[in-house]
Every structure is written in C-alpha cells, then in structure tokens.
Design a protein around this ligand. Structure first.
Ligand code: NYM
Ligand code: MG
Length: 208
C-alpha cells in the first residue's frame, strides 16, 4: 500500500507587501529546486488570466470600483478556482510555489479598516494548507524605491504600512520570516536552505 500523499509535492507560499521581492524569490526557488531534479510549478495570486482574475485586474488598475466585500470575495474565488489543479499536482509529486495566497487576501482587506479579520478569513477556510510560508519582510519606505511602485491600487506607503502590520499580526511561529533588505542571492540561499528541509506528508486544509 503506497498512499499518494507519501510522495506528494510540497506547497511553498511567499507573502509580503508590494515590491518586497517575492516574484524574484519565487523564480529563484523554482530554478534551484529544478536544479536538484524536482518538478516545480509557480502560481501567482491574483491569477489575472481567468474571468474572475480579469475583474480583479481592472479593480487593481483602478478601471473599476467595487465594494470592499465584493473584491475580497473575488480574490478568494480566484484561489478556489485553481484548488483542484493544485491538489492534483501536489499528489503527482509536483512542488508548487505560490506568489501570494490567502494571507495577502486577509492583510490587504483588513488594512482598509472596513472589514474584520474574522470576516476576511472565512471564505478561504478549507483551501489547501501551505507546507511552508516565507514572509519577505521589508519596510514600505524601502519597497517604495523599487521599480514600478505606485502604479496600482494599494501601492501607497501609508497603506502598505498597515498591510505589513497585519502580516506581522497574523503570522505564527511556523512562518519563516526573511529580512528582504539584503542582497538577492543571500535571500535566495536562506530560502533554499529552509525549503529543502520541508517534507510534510498529510495534506491539510487551511484553518480547519
Ligand atoms: N491582493 C492580492 C489582495 O488584495 N488580495 C489578495 O487576495 C491577493 C492575492 O493584489 N497589491 C493584492 C496585493 C497586491 C495586488 O498583487 C496585486 P501582485 O502580487 O502585486 O500582482
Ligand atoms: Mg504588486
């Protein structure tokens, strides 16, 4: 008897404020794990390619406005719509890396001051629980100096401060906090060293 979970892939999540270096580090981890023979798939949330994602994209580009509740639920729906695929990949032994997940969902929404943490958490309850969460911590002042900052909704220093505070508030001891104000290669090495040691078997559901 060889249950599929025995050889399942691990789910790595990267979180942090805008321009903290998540996408770069997702790519770095992907290529280093591929370098040691793993099959790796990278997902970014929001996934702007789906029907739901295209509405989110318009909202972020300030082309449309939506009530805070409605956009929050769209971000959540955008995760739920890929859950089956992700589960299948993990069970097939594929390593999955995610650029943002439900924690961004909570922190950006709660930072608005109009929605409670409890309300924001509820719709993501039951999505696949990550095996490892990397929180790339960077001060919004430093992130602000990075290329492309300020184009989208939320990319305002005062708001990013609130988002960062929320991340620091909701994180628990299982999160791997990374000082993102360091040379890219040093960050990549720290992440890789931690990632290769993660090896959970049972697939769990988030917040259940
Ligand atoms: N964002 C992202 C949310 O507000 N809720 C979510 O659930 C997710 C996944 O979307 N400013 C916000 C955070 C970002 C914005 O993401 C776009 P990115 O990774 O900058 O493309
Ligand atoms: Mg962004």
């Amino acid at each position: 008897f060889d249950p599929p979970e025995l050889h399942r892939g691990q789910l790595f999540v990267f979180e942090g404020i805008d321009r903290c270096g998540k996408s770069t580090q997702c790519e770095n981890l992907k290529s280093s794990l591929e370098g040691v023979g793993r099959t790796v798939v990278l997902y970014s949330f929001p996934n702007r390619e789906t029907a739901i994602g295209s509405v989110i994209d318009k909202y972020l580009k300030k082309e449309i406005d939506l009530p805070d509740q409605a956009i929050h639920l769209l971000f959540t729906a955008n995760r739920w719509e890929t859950m089956k695929d992700i589960q299948k990949m993990l069970l097939n032994g594929v390593t999955v890396i995610m650029d943002r997940y439900a924690y961004s969902g909570i922190c950006y929404s709660v930072a608005k001051g109009t929605l409670s943490l409890l309300w924001c958490k509820a719709p993501d309850r039951g999505i696949i629980k990550p095996d490892c969460i990397f929180f790339l911590d960077l001060s919004p002042l430093k992130a602000n100096r990075r290329a492309g900052y300020g184009e989208e909704r939320y990319e305002v220093i005062e708001f990013q401060e609130k988002v960062r505070d929320q991340f620091l508030k909701i994180k628990d001891s299982s999160w791997k906090v990374i000082n993102a104000d360091k040379p890219t290669d040093d960050i990549a090495a720290e992440i890789y060293d931690h990632a290769v040691r993660v090896n959970n078997r049972k697939m769990k559901k988030l917040w259940i």
